[in-house]
Design a protein around this ligand. Structure first.
Ligand SMILES: [Zn+2]
Ligand SMILES: [Zn+2]
Length: 403
């Protein structure tokens, strides 16, 4: 962790014990990251990643509960007591075929390092506060955090922090609300050459749905997204497809506008079925995520400390927004989902290159610094009444605005 040594840390701003703790634990944290990276596990099947984290947290003196919130690969770890309660969120699921192309192998050690450094600094400063680490499985599409949100886990937290790898270091720009749908068309099979007049083409209905969506897309508000794939388009060309299905994600910056998009989506499906004489069925997936509520006071604090630590490729905001179950978490407590740069060149998340970069010295250095930044934000939240009040009042204002 020589990079820490090179960063000119202004006395009184960066907590020395936090830096020392992260530096001392850096080998353990990097080792955890490498192990998770080399053994990618899909959502709700992250047995090894969960076990390795629990072992490390216990070694660091945390009290750990697992399974947690009804999920085998979730955990809750705690140190200290009293208010406020600061939660650091860990993610550790991988992507099918691509492995750790979202770099979640770096999120787990980042949050554990931050929690340990924060807990020790709280104790040293003689401040009240509980350090929590929540192991949240299956972020990639299956929404492990939703189970925790529904059980009221985050209501108790005064602050929820995490940092995600990215090409650049930046604050959080929010998340889009997302709803997921499966659409099925039911037609009638027939010989495609000998008796096409007797068939009802379910694939045509599906293709018309995509055309309808493409036309609709021109008229939707900025930042909203509609994207889908055909899952089933028939079996062989000489049979009129009697069944065809597709899968869509619909996203928007607000749930309210997303509702309008969903309504129009349903009308387009109906129109496609009417044009082809087919029947249709729309099923909504349970994994709908809410839009994220950004607390700018947390973003400012993150960027300020990131600059002090000379983190690489700092940018005020991050282009492009996805969706995450962290959006729902950010409705329950003030939250920060910051980003730390793991490459000198741009490389998109969910790509092979990102997977490679997520296991590099460059990434580990950034992860350790992000860990120190999160710990410092948590400490400032506990020790600086002005900052804490600012964060809480902004969060409350956000909640009022979206209800
Ligand atoms: Zn991802
Ligand atoms: Zn991710």
């Amino acid at each position: 962790m020589r990079e820490f040594g090179n960063a000119k840390v202004k006395k009184g701003k960066m907590n020395k014990l936090i830096l020392d703790t992260i530096e001392k634990k850096s080998d353990l944290l990097i080792d955890l990251s490498k192990k998770i990276h080399s053994s990618p596990e899909l959502g709700f099947d992250e047995k090894k990643a969960c076990r390795w984290q629990i072992d490390l947290l216990k070694k660091l003196g945390f009290k750990v509960t697992s399974p947690f919130a009804g999920m085998k690969t979730a955990f809750a770890a705690q140190k200290g007591g009293g208010e406020p309660r600061i939660a650091f969120l860990s993610e550790y699921d991988a992507l099918p075929e691509l492995g750790h192309a979202c770099g979640h192998n770096l999120i787990a050690p980042c949050s554990i390092g931050a929690a340990e450094a924060f807990a020790l600094s709280l104790k040293k400063e003689n401040l009240s506060g509980t350090t929590l680490v929540y192991g949240t499985p299956a972020e990639e599409g299956k929404g492990g955090k939703l189970n925790m949100v529904s059980k009221g886990i985050f209501r108790e937290a005064g602050l929820v922090l995490m940092a995600h790898p990215s090409p650049v270091t930046s604050g959080w720009g929010g998340f889009l609300a997302i709803r997921r749908f499966k659409v099925e068309f039911f037609g009638r099979a027939s010989h495609a050459a000998a008796s096409p007049e007797k068939g009802l083409n379910a694939l045509d209905a599906n293709l018309l749905l995509f055309q309808g969506i493409n036309a609709f897309r021109q008229h939707i508000m900025d930042k909203s997204r509609i994207h889908g794939i055909i899952e089933n388009g028939g079996s062989v060309p000489n049979i009129i497809p009697e069944y065809s299905s597709s899968s869509f994600y619909l996203r928007s910056p607000t749930e309210k506008y997303l509702k309008q998009i969903v309504k129009k989506f349903g009308q387009i499906v109906k129109g496609a079925a009417m044009m082809t004489g087919t029947k249709f069925k729309i099923c909504e997936g349970v994994e709908s995520y809410k839009a994220g509520l950004v607390v700018e006071a947390l973003n400012r604090e993150f960027l300020k400390i990131a600059k002090e630590l000379k983190m690489k490729r700092i940018e005020p905001g991050r282009d492009g927004m996805g969706s995450s179950d962290f959006g729902d978490v950010s409705r329950r407590a003030p939250g920060l989902h910051a980003y730390f740069s793991i490459s000198d060149k741009d490389c998109p998340l969910h790509s092979k290159n990102f997977e490679k970069n997520a296991n590099s010295r460059r990434a580990f250095d950034s992860m350790l610094k992000a860990s120190a930044v999160l710990a410092n934000i948590a400490l400032n939240f506990c020790s600086n009444t002005k900052f804490r009040t600012e964060v809480i009042s902004e969060f409350k204002k956000n909640i009022r605005n979206c209800s």
